[in-house]
Ligand binder design. Structure first.
Ligand code: COA
Length: 264
């Protein structure tokens, strides 16, 4: 497990198969500068390589913000080529979360703006506190979302909502984000930690190969035609039958007991 001392801006903790990654710049509302993006890239690389990690919770330090966006102080000084590299750096890191093959839950308290909303959308599930505010306010800075916001929001919530959020820059509350399909659940702020970790524990005890098959099939299916998606599902389904966890899951059902999935 990577230790906190490896990172300047992240806190890392393991809880029974769940890795908790906390972006720790609360004085800047956890804004994403180049260094934070690099550390997140490295943290998720380590997660990909560590079979003991079965689910991930990504959160921001403090109660005020998940992440209030890309770091505007850094953004203000970028040349076009630096901006292109910054955008790619963020996009690649977020793509690596999306393609991780293990479920990642974004726990959203307070602001998830700009790059923060984009980061949350690259996660597989989003739980928002009822005080959360989500938005793509880049237009107010004279730019557009550069870490995948125009693309992932389009896929999550459709063209109308995407254009409204990106063109106006006006943030929406957690309940509206739920109605638009952007977040999976809205919970009381006091309850968010308990609910998020209960969900993470449930995912961490599920069969990893089946989780991966679902994540990959949904990802591929969102990017290709139905027949190709169905074929991918067939292959992923067939591969699962080679796992000890599949034998355990079916046997446990027949023996009327709870399965214990070991991860192979
Ligand atoms: N980049 C860099 N710094 C940021 C930041 C960002 N995206 N968002 C907040 N901060 C910093 C502020 O500059 C301030 O730092 P300081 O205390 O050294 O001056 C600190 O975080 C606290 O923010 P502040 O604006 O004082 O808090 P607030 O409660 O008054 O307002 C927000 C909160 C989220 C409404 C406001 O910070 C904001 O609009 N942030 C930018 C959101 C944005 O446009 N994101 C997209 C960026 S592409």
């Amino acid at each position: 497990m990577p230790t906190d001392s490896q990172f300047q801006h992240l806190l890392i903790e393991d809880r029974d198969g769940v890795r908790v990654v906390t972006i720790n710049r609360p004085d800047k509302l956890n804004a994403l500068n180049h260094a934070v993006l690099t550390e997140l890239r490295d943290a998720f690389r380590a997660i990909a390589d560590d079979a003991s990690v079965r689910a991930v919770v990504l959160r921001g330090a403090g109660e005020k913000a998940f992440v209030a966006g890309a770091d505007i102080a850094e953004l203000a000084a970028l040349s076009p080529t630096q901006a292109r590299d910054f955008s790619r750096h963020g996009q690649r890191m977020m793509r690596s979360i999306e393609l991780l093959g293990k479920p990642v839950i974004a726990m959203i308290q307070g602001y998830a703006l700009g790059g923060g909303m984009e980061l949350a959308m690259s996660c597989h599930l989003r739980i928002a506190a009822d005080n959360a505010k989500l938005g793509q306010p880049e237009i107010n800075l004279g730019v557009l979302p550069g870490f995948g916001g125009t693309q992932r929001l389009l896929r999550l919530a459709g063209r109308g909502a995407t254009l409204e959020l990106c063109l106006t820059g006006t943030p929406i509350g957690a309940q509206r984000a739920y109605e638009l399909g952007i977040v999976n659940r809205v919970v009381a702020a006091a309850q968010i930690e308990a609910d998020t970790f209960a969900l993470a524990a449930q995912l961490a005890s599920a069969a990893p190969q089946a989780l991966r098959g679902i994540l990959d099939a949904v990802q591929v299916g969102g990017e290709c035609g139905l027949d190709a998606g169905l074929e991918f599902e067939t292959q992923a389904f067939a591969v699962c039958t080679s796992s000890n966890d599949m034998r355990e899951g079916t046997r446990a059902f027949l023996e009327r007991r709870k399965p214990v999935f070991v991860g192979n």
